[in-house]
Design a protein. Structure first.
Length: 88
């Protein structure tokens, strides 16, 4: 009985040639705006409302929150005429 070689893996099953199996290039990334991951504490009822809005509008929760943050910042700047940076 001969010993089987499993060096080629699943790629050999899915690709027609060996060169095709090893010519992987990652998908190109879109030019997305820089995002920061943050943890926030939100009132339960407010969060339920945000979840409902995101469900019915077919949007991600993060997109609904981003829109509300942008609206708040725009209103703040309209009231105060400027937004000062935080001193570091």
């Amino acid at each position: 009985m001969t010993k089987k070689s499993f060096k080629t893996g699943f790629d050999s099953l899915l690709c027609e040639s060996r060169e095709e199996a090893h010519s992987y290039s990652p998908p190109k990334k879109e030019n997305k705006p820089l995002e920061t991951r943050a943890t926030l504490i939100v009132e339960s009822e407010l969060f339920k409302s945000i979840k409902a809005i995101s469900y019915w509008e077919r949007k991600k929760i993060k997109d609904v929150v981003n829109e509300s943050f942008k609206d708040y910042v725009e209103k703040y700047i309209a009231r105060n005429k400027e937004l000062k940076d935080i001193p570091q």
